[in-house]
Design a protein around this ligand. Sequence first.
Ligand code: ZN
Length: 149
Amino acid sequence: MEWLRNLFKIFKSREDSGDEVNMLQPYINDPDYDVFHKDGKIVIEHHPERKPIREAFNALSPEEKNAIGKTKGYGGCNHCGGTWNWKRAYHSISYTKTSGYSGLCDECWAELSPEERILYFKKWLKRWKIDEVVDWKLVRKTAGMGKRS
Ligand SMILES: [Zn+2]
């Protein structure tokens, strides 16, 4: 696929330039603009040439999007496995005043009950051997318990 080869060519050149940009993000969220820090300033670059690449990316199947995400080293949603190059996770469970877990994409968060979200959180705690003291009251609250949905 020609567009995919072009996509990786762009990634390669950008990685070599040392930008702090999240490489796949511009193609999906706000594809025509890059916003990044350089020499203490915020730089905004306009890239109208990306539109066809983004459209081609969006037309891929979830499996293809995940395959691209995995080659770029992205992790993914703990429920559906969708990779973070195209899945979003706006919700998170807070377990201390400053720490949170957001291992579920928006679709899965909406689909799961608060109890199920907490189950994923517990698995994550165990898997990563998180040793901070967990505020379970805060966990239940931020997982959505006690809210009507
Ligand atoms: Zn998901």
